[in-house]
Design a protein. Structure first.
Lengths: 504, 479
């Protein structure tokens, strides 16, 4: 159904134009700049709320559709729309951006206008990625995301930021350009650039496999999947807190979204043929990367590896579908897997954002991320400790928090496919708890270990606001995930049904 | 023969340009260095008026004059307007640079106008002689311009290299043309294509001549393995001249290729298409890889030019109107970004200091955030990152290549453009992530700043709304 007024365009262009205005305003009055950026972010969030309230749960059709010719001679249209898969991710984006702007309030002193502008522009572009229904429009937004992130890490990042940001850019760019060739090839075969048209396009198995690999390169780097995950620890560690939050909370989800929107529906047979590859990579990510996280000394690096492990659950849930089809003819297990992956994406968005913000709180005070520099934080920062322990429990997958819901659904779905997959996936419940809680134990609990820690101030109102919002989100999603699942249900059901039908 | 105004209407742009160039030459003789603004002003007026006259004389039909030696068709209109517009930017950027270096002489403008005239003639060529006439007029003016700074040893060396190699390449081109003339019996390009289509010409001789013609074209573009002059000439010439050399003459080289290969030897496309594939892949590879090793920005941009030429050749490989339209779009966009890139170097240069090494870009975001922002847009456009227009230029070429079932070629092209992205990122890193090594404020006149702003913003706006320019390029080839 079409919108009465263009909500999606507003959600995309409001932050972009607002960001450009913030950029033009320069740094003569940083206080004004920050408030302007905050109001723009809040306004964008409010503008995006009707996407949820006006959403029709019963249909898998695209909603809030806008379709205007853009480059007619290539059938490229400015075609936007959301369904149950993209809508929650858009709301996640607009919500997290508000928190990121608040989080960067005091710590960013060098050219704050450019910092705020970069985040606002990136927000608009990311919403564009989620809502684009035209392949070239999607690709333009997908690549355009890289520019602000490159600048954010490079200007406001840590000591090795240049290495990290160039690695991030080139790695992601490498994956994406092969996706570009695949998209052009499909345009050549179908005569249309619409993603929905690609879903219906018939392709033979060789073509499907090549296109699947092209998409895999792009999305596996973004997610990131083992073994192309090595850019993430560097990027996360070197990025400023706000950059890490956006990277973890949103950008990784774009990779997962890509699998759902492109790989599965466009190349279902290739996905089926190569599902062992993805499942293998996902399980390695869950188990092996979990162990890698265990030995980290840098808190941010630990959370980065934990992100990779959690995203392994997401890709596992998405690709376990075919094995479930093969094993039983009840497809509710397949839906459960994909839903679990989606819920995990949204939940991980909140939890990883919160974890990075917690580390950011500590870093702002002591300028160190080394676990060994901390200890006994609970004695001087009790409120902060409460938040950090809560989010750590959520990260470990404690029932009652959102972290549990997604993981549980994926483990159940894996059990339907193969007992051992479920066992391997379930090891995350142990390993995840291990690395998260051990980090919390070393940092938060025990005796105060140094003078630096002894002088720490507890969180101020601004930081408390951010952490409380996330805590509410995590708890709400953990105790009552039904609103999210209901929204996604029709679209995921449609997707699973679509990929169950061979295109050959 | 009757020559009245109406029958000469198609060729009015060239007539006007010739008259204006001579006028500028004579007027400048009576000016002193303080009043040289008049020359500059007259040049700009000439260029703008030429754009207007070209637009007035433009139309959808093809007009042939002077016994087939002059052709005015939609392709020539688009090419002329594009190169005249780029030259306006170039003249604006060049003035400050020339003044600061004490080489602010009227000959620069005269030579530039004659070079522009040569480019316009190439765009409208109908037979081999006209092509060669325009080519040599452009080349001789450029040789003199490269040597413009008499006191520069590097400049003299660069001019010598350019002259010798250019003369050699022109000789090879003439040899190829003579072979084609011998095989087909005509100098006229459209008559030649008819003879080839009718199958009346000896194919071995045709292909033999074609090889030399392709060599001549490849040299003009700066494609591998005829690229050795590019880094040395770009580096040795004064930055204002490099700016001129690196932008509009690419459009002229495109005109050369279109007239000779598409109009004349279109029937032989199966042969020259394969040759261009080899040249394109080699240019993409060498241009991108060697650029990484450069510390001098002008040399880095020179090697990046070579890689862009590889992409333009890919558009030709498709050998249909879609491919030519994509190659034209790429050439125009590239000329615009090259003008902006080199133009920025002239803007941040000042008396006694040439912005040449990558270190000179350091901390530009601190010194002037706006200029750094414009350069960011230009560099990302060269790298082919959306939402700048450089991405669409690459997209259209890749599409043309995929449409003729050469998907492997598209994969190779994007692979090398990833390698290419690295040195553009490095330059952006210098501007944004490093502290400035040069503490002087940037002195640049209002018109230069305005020009670079328009340049940078155009790169972004064309990237968001590319349909208009693409339509113009496509319809020039009847697509």
């Amino acid at each position: 159904m079409s919108a009465d007024w263009p909500i999606l365009s507003a959600t995309i262009w409001l932050p972009i134009i607002g960001g450009l205005l913030v950029l033009m305003s320069g740094d003569k009055a940083p206080g004004v700049t920050r408030w302007a950026a905050l109001w723009i972010a809040i306004l964008t969030f409010l503008v995006s709320i009707p996407l949820y309230t006006g959403f029709d749960n019963s249909t898998a059709q695209m909603q809030f559709v806008e379709n205007v010719p853009w480059i007619p001679m290539f059938e490229i249209n400015y075609h936007l729309g959301v369904d149950g898969i993209s809508m929650p991710l858009i709301l996640l984006t607009t919500f997290i951006t508000v928190l990121v702007i608040i989080a960067g309030w005091e710590v960013i002193q060098y050219k704050p206008s450019q910092y705020m502008a970069a985040f606002l522009i990136m927000e608009g572009v990311m919403v564009g990625v989620f809502s684009a229904l035209d392949a070239m429009l999607f690709y333009v937004f997908w690549e355009a995301m890289l520019i602000p992130m490159f600048v954010i890490i490079g200007i406001w990042g840590g000591p090795r930021r240049v290495y990290a940001t160039i690695k991030f850019f080139l790695y992601t760019f490498l994956g994406s350009v092969f996706m570009l060739v695949a998209l052009i090839y499909m345009y050549f075969k179908s005569g249309s650039m619409g993603i929905l048209a690609f879903h219906e396009l018939r392709l033979d198995l060789t073509e499907q496999i090549l296109i699947f690999i092209a998409f895999l390169l792009a999305f596996a780097v973004k997610v990131p999947m083992w073994p192309v995950h090595t850019w993430l620890p560097d990027a996360h560690v070197e990025a400023p807190t706000g950059g890490s939050v956006i990277l973890a909370a949103i950008m990784l989800k774009i990779g997962g979204y890509g699998f759902l929107r492109f790989s599965l529906p466009i190349t279902p047979d290739a996905s089926q043929t190569l599902d062992w590859l993805i499942i293998g990579m996902s399980l390695i990510a869950v188990v092996y990367i979990g162990f890698v996280a265990l030995v980290q000394q840098d808190m941010k690096k630990l959370i980065a590896y934990s992100s990779i492990a959690h995203m392994g659950f997401v890709t596992l849930g998405f690709f376990i579908v075919f094995m479930i089809f093969a094993r039983t003819d009840v497809d509710s297990g397949a839906i459960l897997g994909v839903q679990g992956g989606m819920v995990q994406m949204v939940s991980h968005g909140f939890i990883s954002a919160a974890m990075f913000l917690c580390v950011g709180v500590l870093y702002d005070r002591l300028h160190s991320r080394e676990i060994s520099d901390y200890g006994g934080v609970v004695n001087v920062m009790p409120w902060f400790a409460a938040f950090m322990v809560f989010f750590a429990m959520a990260n470990a997958g404690l029932p009652g928090t959102s972290g549990f819901v997604g993981e549980f659904m994926v483990i159940l779905a894996s059990y339907r496919a193969d007992f051992w997959f479920a066992v391997l996936a379930a090891t995350t419940l142990i390993v995840g708890a291990a690395y998260t809680l051990w980090m919390v134990k070393r940092v938060v609990f025990g005796e105060v270990t140094s003078e630096g820690v002894a002088s720490l101030q507890d969180i101020n109102a601004r930081e408390a606001l951010v952490l409380t919002s996330l805590a509410i989100a995590v708890l709400a999603l953990g105790l009552w995930p039904a609103p999210l699942i209901e929204v996604m249900d029709a679209s995921i059901g449609n997707l699973v049904q679509h990929i169950g039908v061979s295109k050959l | 023969m009757q020559y009245d105004l109406i029958s000469l209407q198609p060729v009015m742009p060239e007539i006007f340009m010739l008259g204006a160039a001579c006028l500028v030459l004579v007027v400048d003789l009576f000016l002193s260095p303080r009043t040289r603004m008049w020359t500059y002003g007259l040049t700009l007026i000439t260029l703008v008026a030429s754009i207007a006259i070209t637009a007035w004389a433009a139309g959808p039909e093809r007009q042939v004059l002077f016994d087939g030696s002059y052709v005015r068709d939609p392709v020539s209109d688009v090419l002329k307007i594009a190169l005249l517009t780029i030259n306006v930017f170039v003249m604006v950027y060049a003035r400050d640079y020339l003044v600061q270096r004490g080489i602010y002489r009227g000959e620069f403008y005269t030579l530039a106008l004659f070079a522009t005239l040569g480019m316009m003639i190439m765009a409208s060529a109908g037979n081999f002689l006209t092509v060669y006439l325009g080519l040599e007029l452009l080349a001789l003016s450029m040789y003199a311009l490269v040597a413009f700074d008499r006191d520069s040893v590097k400049g003299s060396e660069a001019a010598m290299k350019y002259f010798v190699l250019g003369a050699l390449a022109s000789g090879l081109l003439l040899y190829g043309m003579s072979m084609l003339y011998g095989a087909t019996g005509t100098l006229n390009l459209s008559a030649m294509s008819e003879v080839i289509a009718a199958g009346e010409a000896e194919e071995t001789v045709l292909v033999f001549g074609l090889v030399f013609v392709v060599i001549g074209i490849a040299f003009k573009f700066g494609a591998v393995p005829f690229h050795m002059w590019v880094p040395d000439v770009y580096d040795g010439a004064p930055t204002a001249v490099t700016l001129f050399l690196g932008s509009a003459p690419k459009i002229a080289a495109f005109a050369l290729a279109i007239r000779l290969l598409a109009d004349g030897a279109g029937g032989l496309s199966v042969h020259w298409s394969d040759m261009l594939i080899i040249l394109a892949v080699a240019s993409l590879a060498i241009g991108n890889v060697v650029a990484i090793a450069q510390t001098n920005i002008k040399r880095m941009l020179a090697y990046s030019t070579i890689s862009h030429v590889g992409f333009i050749f890919l558009g030709f490989v498709a050998a249909d109107s879609r491919g030519y339209g994509a190659a034209l779009f790429y050439t125009v966009v590239y000329a615009l970004t090259a003008a902006g890139g080199f133009g920025l170097l002239t803007v941040i240069s000042r008396k006694g200091f040439d912005a040449e090494t990558l270190d000179d870009l350091k901390g530009l975001n601190d010194r002037s955030p706006w200029l750094a922002g414009m350069m960011l847009l230009i560099l990302f456009s060269m790298a082919g990152v959306p939402p700048t227009v450089g991405f669409f230029a690459k997209l259209f070429v890749l599409d043309a290549v995929v449409q003729v079932d050469l998907v492997w070629l598209a994969v190779v092209a994007v692979f090398f453009s990833i390698i290419g992205a690295y040195y553009y990122l490095r330059a952006i890193k210098m501007m944004y992530f490093d502290k400035p090594t040069d503490e002087y404020p940037i002195v640049a006149s209002v018109d230069s700043r305005l020009a670079i702003s328009i340049n940078g913003v155009a790169v972004l706006l064309l990237g968001i709304f590319p349909a208009g320019l693409l339509q113009v390029c496509r319809s020039a080839f009847g697509g």
